[in-house]
Design a protein around this ligand. Structure first.
Ligand SMILES: *Cc1c(COP(=O)(O)O)cnc(C)c1O
Length: 435
């Protein structure tokens, strides 16, 4: 499979290059050139396939057989070694729990698959690769866990000081060995901007062979398509339109769903569920995309003011007749909510369904609920993108208590180790050159 850059259709690379060098000099993002339609029989018989089998078939289609099948199966099977159960709330609403991986956020899917894929590509090479990654909270921990102790790969994580939860901070700073955390005095968008600038810096590229582990890397999106199929498999009455409500920040998760849709999964619509950082819902409403600095909210992993994957969405929907905006609007609906509504939703889900949802999932729930008021004859799947235990402050406010799972407890007593940096690019560059 060839991959093209969203900024230049003639800039074509193979999978290895797209994964190891995720950010082309033209500043576009890679997408598969041709997305095949999967066999209809596969879609109608999904219940006969295990989650890793589904993952293998989807990955094989999206990578165009770039990896020997037995290797790819092993990558999928070892990366996706935890389930994604669907919990039904009522006739129209259900929740897909995406937090059963080691760091208890859905980012484990992307990070684990990417780590194994990169290790596969670097097996035969002597060069060391440095992964630069900006995190709004969950990516850092998942990437650290995925790459910890992987030979030949160093990881540098940038996170906004004071803007991630205490537990998230431990999950990304307490590793040591090949994992380094940098605490940036700024917001997530500053971290993302520093990373993007470093990728195209010629001085740095003489010292480092950089790669990205953010959702600008297509290797993150491929495994995120798997669980759309896995969710669809578990829906009981498929005669109603199936809608996914995706709590969104950088829009990697939603874009992965669009890839699943292109592969032939009958998804009726996607709900772009956002917090007050609502540039995409606003675009869907007005046709204007206005990136702006992110605002701090309770669902901090969605505090993104300039979502990277918007470029991919634009590109995918630009092909076909009609304007890009009209095409996107056929598949996507947008909703956004503030922290107060999010808290109320957590409370409502607890009282009504005895289910504890985290602030990100709660935004997805609010959007799904509002959608169902208009279209009650739907099957809406809300993605629960992280375990509530990662965001205990919200639950303290609501006086909802629960035991922290042992996977999370293990981080509480670990020691934070991080370097400090301003959001100024030359400071960041000096810091990297001092390594
Ligand atoms: C990263 C993250 C999101 C946003 O996902 P995107 O792919 O960036 O849109 C939502 N919820 C949680 C818990 C996350 O960690």
């Amino acid at each position: 499979m060839a991959f093209y850059s969203t900024n230049d259709r003639t800039n074509i690379v193979d999978l290895k290059e797209a994964v190891l060098n995720a950010f082309p000099k033209d500043k576009g993002l890679y997408l598969p050139e041709h997305i095949p339609h999967l066999d209809k029989a596969f879609i109608t018989n999904l219940e006969y396939y295990s989650f890793p089998e589904i993952g293998f078939i989807v990955a094989n289609a999206l990578t165009g057989q770039a990896i020997p099948e037995s290797d790819l199966y092993q990558i999928v099977e070892s990366a996706i070694n935890f389930p994604a159960p669907l919990i039904q709330l009522n006739e129209s609403l259900s929740i897909l729990e995406l937090f059963h991986g080691p760091t208890m956020a859905f980012k484990d899917f992307g990070a684990r698959f990417m780590a194994k894929l990169m290790a596969h590509f670097l097996k035969s090479e002597s060069r060391e690769t440095t992964i630069l990654v900006a995190t709004s909270g969950d990516t850092g921990g998942a990437v650290a866990a995925g790459f910890y102790d992987v030979p030949g790969i160093n990881v540098i994580i940038l996170y906004p000081s004071g803007k991630v939860s205490p537990l998230q901070e431990k999950q990304l700073t307490s590793w040591g060995k090949n994992i380094t955390a940098i605490e940036v005095s700024g917001v997530f968008d500053d971290c993302q901007a520093l990373v993007k600038e470093a990728f195209i810096d010629n001085d740095l590229s003489q010292r480092f062979s950089f790669s990205s582990a953010n959702s600008i890397n297509i290797a993150r999106l491929i495994p995120q398509s798997f669980y759309y199929f896995e969710a669809y498999k578990q829906i009981e009455n498929k005669s109603k339109p199936v809608i996914f409500s995706v709590p969104s920040g950088n829009y990697g998760n939603l874009t992965a769903g669009v890839l699943a849709h292109k592969l032939g999964l009958p998804i009726y619509k996607f709900i772009a569920a956002s917090n007050t950082n609502n540039v995409v819902p606003e675009y869907l409403e007005s046709g204007n995309f206005l990136a702006r600095p992110s605002i701090e909210t309770m669902s901090n992993a969605m505090d993104v003011g300039n979502p990277s994957n918007f470029a991919r969405l634009q590109n995918i929907y630009a092909s076909g007749s009609g304007s890009t905006w009209n095409n996107i609007k056929k598949n996507l609906v947008g909703y956004s909510y503030g922290d107060l509504e999010t808290l109320e939703a957590i409370n409502e889900v607890y009282k009504k369904y005895n289910y504890i949802i985290d602030p990100h999932g709660a935004v997805g729930y609010l959007a799904a609920n509002d959608y169902c008021k208009l279209f009650p004859d739907s099957k809406v799947v809300v993605f629960e993108t992280a375990h509530p235990g990662k965001f205990d402050q919200a639950f303290e406010k609501l006086k909802i208590s629960f035991d922290l799972p042992s996977k999370l407890k293990a981080f509480e007593n670990k020691k934070k180790q991080s370097l400090n940096c301003t959001s100024n690019y030359s400071d960041f560059k000096d810091l990297l050159l001092s390594f």
